[in-house]
Design a protein around this ligand. Sequence first.
Ligand SMILES: C[S@@+](CC[C@H](N)C(=O)[O-])C[C@H]1O[C@@H](n2cnc3c(N)ncnc32)[C@H](O)[C@@H]1O
Length: 264
Amino acid sequence: MGSKIERQMKPKRQLRERLRDLTDFRNHWRYRKLVEQLRNLPAQFTQVMYGLPTISLDELVDGREAPEAPILDDLCLPNHAEPPGHNDLIPLLTLLKNRQPAVVLELGTAHGNTTANICKQCPKAKVYSVNALPEQISGDIITFALTKDEIGRAFRKNGYSDRVQQIYANTLDLDLSPYLQPATVDFAIVDACHDTPFVINDFLKVAPFMKPGGLVLLHDTHPSMEEHLLGSYRACMYLKQKGYDIRHLQDTWWGVWQVPGEVT
Ligand SMILES: C[S@@+](CC[C@H](N)C(=O)[O-])C[C@H]1O[C@@H](n2cnc3c(N)ncnc32)[C@H](O)[C@@H]1O
């Protein structure tokens, strides 16, 4: 009886106040973490069945010639020497230096730092690099929406324009056939929009142009699937289900597909 009276006497809070509390709660890091964990739950179940096996750099290169010093203008890839950071730049440059691909395809030029580094490590390579203009772009995890002048400025600054074919397109609409013959690309990098459907689209667009024994690297692919690392890892698990033996490159955020067949 007493508690009923107390309940009735409790002052009613304003609706506005209650909404503010709810917003504060939603901004709390614990709530955000919980939402992220729930969002990742289906992918984590899939990981039990289709998680990517790990591959080491030594399994992908015969020798281990040290790469040339990297170009650092507009660097986009992680390049940390020590944990808790990690390094995606040096493993990529080591692969390029030791494999010397003749034809390289890159989805996601951005400012052109990786393009410039490909040209520096592989002096004979021809590079095809794709990036959407701001009016063409779509997707959520796009990293940048750059103007035509901004796209590729680092490789132009470093004097590699004569070896790079720039393609301005949304990868969803991309047609590579005017530029490349099937089975002619030695090395490809998928690093445009990181939403799962885009990564699947990008990989499937690139695959028919890959030479036997070639390599496709997919950036922002890591089994933690935290934040921006979810989309590509989830795409890779889907592609693995479809029969593409994609691996996770040890200690990096790279996924790797070795094209079946001998290098020619
Ligand atoms: C992560 S950045 C690429 C970084 C670059 N590979 C490097 O290491 O210097 C992604 C780039 O892809 C472009 N991009 C995003 N979504 C795209 C799409 N759907 N089609 C084409 N380009 C896209 C963005 O404009 C951005 O410049």
